[in-house]
Design a protein around this ligand. Sequence first.
Ligand SMILES: Nc1ncnc2c1ncn2[C@@H]1O[C@H](COP(=O)(O)OP(=O)(O)OP(=O)(O)O)[C@@H](O)[C@H]1O
Ligand SMILES: [Mg+2]
Length: 243
Amino acid sequence: MAKLLEVEDVVAGYGRGPDILTGTTLSVEAGHVQCIIGPNGAGKSTLMKAIAGLLPLRSGAIRFNGERIDGMRPDQILRKGICFVPQERALFGKMTVRENLRMGGFILDDPRALGQRIDAVLEAFPILGERATQRAGTLSGGQQQMLAMARTLIVEPEIVMLDEPSLGLAPQIVEQMYDIVHMLREKGMTVLLVEQNAAVGLANADRGSVLDLGKTLFEGPASEILSDPRIQELYLGKPSQVA
Ligand SMILES: Nc1ncnc2c1ncn2[C@@H]1O[C@H](COP(=O)(O)OP(=O)(O)OP(=O)(O)O)[C@@H](O)[C@H]1O
Ligand SMILES: [Mg+2]
């Protein structure tokens, strides 16, 4: 099966600084939830920024549906169907829930279609529907994450990239957030996510990628990564079994 997203030997860094991605290779199949794990500073957020067009590549290539997208502007990449929810969620705190959803659809030219999609999203997420006129900054952390994810639906992307979507959320809210991830998958979307809680992220994913020092060390079925003793010891915080 053809891959939806392919990252090939990507080298990238910030300004004149050192390479952060040092030859990263990653592939994502359509319809899957794929979880990237790895220690702090591994380059997970940097990889997502590079895919979203927020950071130029120094070398390598990124393909989406077989087409080179590296070198395109972030809005062009969004139009191709790649939506990115950054670690800091990037909501407009002083704007209402509805206004935030409208901002998410800035690439849509048809105001009527935009209005319809906003209404559909508010219906699919009743908690947001009840708070449509409330300022985003006054929502709870879980509701803000829900809004950030709901906002991606406005443009009906093919793939949603979520950087640490469970950051700062209580365990019960994390579960609700993953319910939304599964809902996106059922709608036919592909989800690429970074998760600090590797065990939770992998348990909710089809495939996993282990990133360290700017390189993908392992990519495979999430269940295989979860049960690999070396990966458990290094990245899942479990001590290795002493025989
Ligand atoms: N805007 C920036 N300018 C310069 N260096 C940066 C910038 N953002 C990140 N870095 C550096 O890039 C490296 C990788 O950071 P990145 O945020 O991609 O890691 P991460 O795997 O997402 O880590 P975390 O788990 O802490 O979110 C770090 O050394 C970091 O200091
Ligand atoms: Mg990060």
